[in-house]
Ligand binder design. Sequence first.
Ligand code: GLC
Length: 800
Amino acid sequence: MILNTELEYKGNMFPSKIISYKKNLDTLSFTAENNVVLQVTVQRDSILRFRYSTTGVFDKDFSYAITKYASRGYNFLEVTEDVDKYIITTSKITCHIAKLDMRTAIYDVKDNTLICEDELGFHWEESYELGGDIVKMSKTAQEGESYYGLGDKPVDNNLKGKRFENWVTDSYAYGKNTDPIYKAIPFYTGLHHKKSYGIFFDNTFRTFFDFCNERRNITSFWAQGGEMNYYFIYGPQMTDVVSYYTDLTGKPHELPALWTLGYHQCKWSYYPEAKVKEITGKFRELQIPCDAIYLDIDYMEGFRCFTWSKEYFPDPKRMVKELADDGFKTIVIIDPGIKIDKEYSVFQEGMDKDYFCKRADGPYMKGKVWPGECYFPDFTNPEVREWWSDLFKELVEDIGVKGVWNDMNEPAVMDVPGKTFPNDVRHDYDGNRCSHRKAHNVYGMQMARATYQGLKKFAYPKRPFVITRAAYSGTQRYTSSWTGDNVASWEHLTIANIQAQRMCMSGFSFIGSDIGGFAEQPNGELYARWIQLGIFHPFCRTHSSGDHGDQEPWAFGTNITNIVRKFIEIRYQLLPYLYTAFWRYANEGVPILKSLVLFDQTDTHTHYRNDEFICGEKILACPITEPNAKGRRMYFPVGNWYSMWNDELFEGGQELWVEADLDSMPIFIKEGAIIPKYPIQQYVGEKPIDELVLDVYYKEGEETSQVFEDAQDGYDYIKGRYSLRDFKLVGKESSVIIQQFKSGKYITPYETLKIKFHGLPFKISKIQIDNEDVLFEDVKLNGDNTIIVSKEFTELHIVA
Ligand code: GLC
């Protein structure tokens, strides 16, 4: 007999029999004899929200995660009743609620597949230690079920068999399987019988998830307080689950400026000014593209946020301007800890206005961070966020800083047990006063939000750029993020790859790792391999703790410099491709990186893969994660794939050996794809884009591709000033037709498209544009299957 620990635990309490049912618009309430109430809200046909109260009364409904822009409304809703259950039907799902004990079961409405079913269902334990309830939920795992998501967990993609905790934690030099680390994203997707659904447990207390670890066929989640409040999201496509979740918790409020997708260079720390200039000068001298340079804590006066060290940076405005003239955007770090110093205006203002966090019995929450003893703004107070946002005026508007990097916002405190605030610290929580137990996981998110508000205000009409280390679900609306203090090891290269994929499938695509590793020092080979991966991550930045030597592209000898340059150049060429992927993410919530399981959930081979991923829609990449490798084995998902290096064609659905010396990496393009490219620039905006290159990969069959462009910054695109090219390719044995559908009011600066055909099985003998024959010399066809055509064409026809 399997020991059912959870059931036998005597402290658990359960809902009893349902005695009444009410319907109010989209919300159904079921009340049990023992006062438990289950509220089911039909958010969309495929999204149900489940909320339980153990007392018959619900707290005020408030969430930092759910965006006011979330889609709402359904096409169909019907509630029926039979002897033992209520049945809720939408156009996508059927949900059964047992009258006996409120247990639920959800089915696909079309074919009746059981998707997700309560085991014990909702239960709770009164917590004498913490006050309130420990709220719990358990579900039966379905046959062959796999689990994905949960933010930044540094573990293999598939979470099955593991157990996790969400408590945002500063985790210097974390390792594989360290848990918890910096982020709390209590959202996972389950996949079985080729169908996928998601669960978002919107509870900011310390939460726990168990995927068949404690008990073989049971998945459970619980929290040390708050409500059992979760959203069930049905796909059945996993990409839809992720994009519905992203719709619910928010897409980035604006596109990132194009330069933010360039390469960023960082270290703890570049100072004084002469050192910063030496670094930026070297990038230009060696012609290694770079758009952003970072100042870590040493730019400040005694680590006081919003100040500048007079000794190291006597004239920041001039320096920032000179860097900008050379194409570098300056990004500075801002931490939450405010130094206790009566002479320091930010501190004094915070005191005067009563904006710092306090302990339950009244004293300020005092803790040591870089500046020594600090107080901490309560970012969960909207008034504090407003004040904080105004502090950026000088930095952004006057000095010209282009981005702000929020760190230590878990919050990390060095001299307090648990390395964060004690549980009794009070927070405003937007008027819903509470203790740190509830506010901890959102503290960093609200800091990043306040910073974002500041950048948005003072960078306008340019777009804001913020980076955060800590995050809760929904933080992707305001900011980008990195995976924190990793280590310069081969294992961490693998971890960085999985973390970036996992963040993307957790709704947070603007993510990258400290390339090369933060702690310790990589050798040239590891650094080069990491850059190769990093160019496919939405946020691409080298960063290091700086105490183990240099970590610039030139720090490892000429051979490595050349390899690093070559890959950063590839990134710059791919900027329109990456930007288009970002636009899809910001518009539709489609993750920028797709683990193979997201790409093809029907292929069980993908369910346990970690290394290969799809960047955007058409590029398959797989990093080399071992030293001395000349190549590796990798899995090709469904479809046919061209090597980016030599157009060799690989058939999907199998694992194959791929060559990849140190100056190469397995990169493949999906057949039929049209990949847009810009010329190599040293920074975004260096050169006018006088031609858009389109790499066209032949396919026998059909394929669609998109290219999104706009002014690369600013808000005009929202008013329709963007250019969207939708391409449809139809390849036959002896012809290729490309149709172009254009929309948007932005006029691209170039007049022509340079179209390069790859993998053509025939020699071109005739070309037609918009139904008219053209001469080869008119399109400059010269033997390498490249032609130059007007950007306005609607149909291009090449024939054998
Ligand atoms: C933290 C950050 C790291 C930064 C350092 C100094 O460790 O994670 O990126 O360089 O603090 O500010």
